[in-house]
Design a protein around this ligand. Sequence first.
Ligand SMILES: C[S@@+](CC[C@H](N)C(=O)[O-])C[C@H]1O[C@@H](n2cnc3c(N)ncnc32)[C@H](O)[C@@H]1O
Length: 500
Amino acid sequence: MLKPSMPQQTEPASDELNSMPPDAEHVMPPELPTQDSALEDSVGQLTRVQSKLVDTLHALQLLSPQLVKDHNRAVRAIQEALTLVGDTDDSEAIGPIDWVKFGERLYQRRTAAGLTQEWLAERVGVTATTIRQLEHHTRRARRSLMLKLLAVPELNLRVSDIELSAEMSAGYRHTPTSWLGPTYDPVGMITQLAETMNAQSGQLEQTLVYIDHQSAKDWMATCSSPEYDGEYRDNVPFATMAQRIAALVGDQALTMTALGCGDGRTEASLVKHLQQKLRMPRQTELFLLDVSHSLLNAANRHCCDTLPDIRTYTIHGSFLDMPKMPMLVNPLRGRARLFAMLGYTLVNLSDELRYFRDTLSCCSPGELFLCDISIALAPSHDRQKILKLDPTGSGKLRPSHATWLSGPIRRYCQGAEDVDIRWELAPSGGVPGSYGFDAIARVKMRDGRPDRRFLMWRFRRYDPKLLSDSLAELGWKTIERIDYGPGGKKSLSLLLLQKQ
Ligand SMILES: C[S@@+](CC[C@H](N)C(=O)[O-])C[C@H]1O[C@@H](n2cnc3c(N)ncnc32)[C@H](O)[C@@H]1O
């Protein structure tokens, strides 16, 4: 598989040879040069055709020759097709490649076939010096030259001769896979948390309940408990949704960004389903974004372990700062983009509509956004009915949630003796048809000091139709909605939105 180019150690540039440029797909300058979009589209399509041919060549070369009627001819036919589709894009290198091994392999194959450097050079349109330098691994080939070499039947070069598995590649090992968001400031966040907990009362922005290591550990304990799995994680209709997403992605490769990835298990499950439906599954790339260093680390490990075929990148930062992250918002060539905010994170935001209207206004038309929400169990205006029909109306938190949410008080509120956390119905307001509950902590203080009260966390339940209407007004159209829930009850909904 030919992958996007990656940063490598550089060699002096020459005509058809060059050093590997940094990953142009992701590290574009904020101001993009204006380009004719039709040309852009065609180049993207050509690249996709080439990638498919290379994938097919690779698959065929790995297949036992006995299984194919005329294996040699089939391989040659694809090599010829690769030559015929040519290459107009000489800017992109391929990788990861062990250039020393490649040079040796090229020399062996050329001499075994009785070819001179001059003959080969003429065949692929370069000078004999270029071939010599490649064989001595003093220069690196650009993408177009690599494709031409692959297409020479006499050389019988296999894709696996030039491309390494990600783990084996020195280039990959040295390729940065992690970013720090421009305003990522864990010390500042802990300071803000401690200041809030040491005032008489206050409310925490939901980001802060994940931020210290113990909070992250307690969140992981609660979200991996059997009750949480049974209630939230086990029933998500990812298979059906993945099919819908794949149909929209079509012939393109997919870049998925997980906003608030937590331990990454939900996201990995979605990507696994997507891999079964996408036309170019191995070209998928995954960006994990989270404000908690500990959770991001856990997610990265989980995704690298369970999705070894796809490239995973991590970003330490806030999804509220997404517009400042060029690798997440700059246009992509030949790729579709999906933002996924899973684990019911959207329902925790204090202003979900402004998140779409303002923060996500950096998204381009056609880009997709997937989120899960909880469904209202009673009319939003009838507070008595909500308290009666909604199980959260009892006020009781599950024990693992209580441990997680009381942690910041026990650790940062000086003089706290005892903490009691209960759900309270939130003030009315928000998206039409929705209501919410707030986790309110009452803190008993030592030495006769007055009790304290803090809003630690919040969530909302929605009428999915009314939420979709509100989002449509802001330019985000719901194109798929699947209601689901434990025990067949439709208490949750998975929404796929598209920027108009
Ligand atoms: C409810 S959890 C969901 C985790 C995960 N997506 C899942 O499905 O289990 C919310 C996640 O969002 C992260 N988060 C909260 N606020 C954030 C922010 N402003 N920027 C980035 N991540 C944030 C938290 O650290 C946490 O990992």
